[in-house]
Design a binder for this molecule. Structure first.
Ligand code: HEC
Length: 129
């Protein structure tokens, strides 16, 4: 490879790593509104809403010792990324009768950032990055 080729490859890597880091950082900022009701991280406890550690990929209504609405518990949903994308835009529409009283985030890019942030937490509350 020519020297220029290597420089271009190196630049490409730097740019893509930065883009991912920005997503998570933006998601952390957007998550501020969720913190009114949800905790996340190693010391998280159920609060107004359930702990969100490891929520991406988790079946709805299954975090231990949280008192879910029947609507959520019986929704049959799994919180994969596509489902979260719809739910976080309009929780009441996706789970009719949910007790998550939150109007939703209307900007899909912002929702994506929040999902990127959620994905960095494993079920035990430790962080992947
Ligand atoms: C006003 C309080 C409130 C806010 C703000 C809120 N939530 Fe919730 N959330 C809840 C409650 C309460 C539930 C339980 C819903 C039920 O049982 O019907 C819930 C449930 C959830 C669930 C389903 C979890 C499970 O285990 O089934 C997810 C995912 C979720 N919230 C994510 C978020 C995210 C991300 C935000 C911010 C964008 C957010 N919530 C903002 C109160 C809130």
């Amino acid at each position: 490879m020519t020297r220029w080729g290597m420089i271009i490859v190196a630049l490409g890597c730097a740019v893509s790593v930065r883009a991912v880091a920005q997503d998570v950082a933006a998601g952390e900022k957007a998550f501020v509104v969720c913190r009114a009701c949800h905790q996340i991280g190693p010391t998280a406890k159920n609060f107004v809403g359930p702990v969100l550690n490891g929520v991406v990929g988790r079946p709805a209504g299954t975090y231990p010792d949280y008192s879910y609405s029947a609507a959520n518990k019986n929704s049959g949903l799994t919180w994969d990324e596509a489902t979260l994308q719809k739910y976080l835009a309009n929780p009441q529409q996706v789970v009719k009768g949910t007790k998550m009283i939150f109007p939703g985030i209307k900007d899909p890019a912002k929702v994506n950032d929040v999902i990127a942030f959620l994905k960095t937490y494993k079920a035990d509350g430790s962080r992947i990055q």
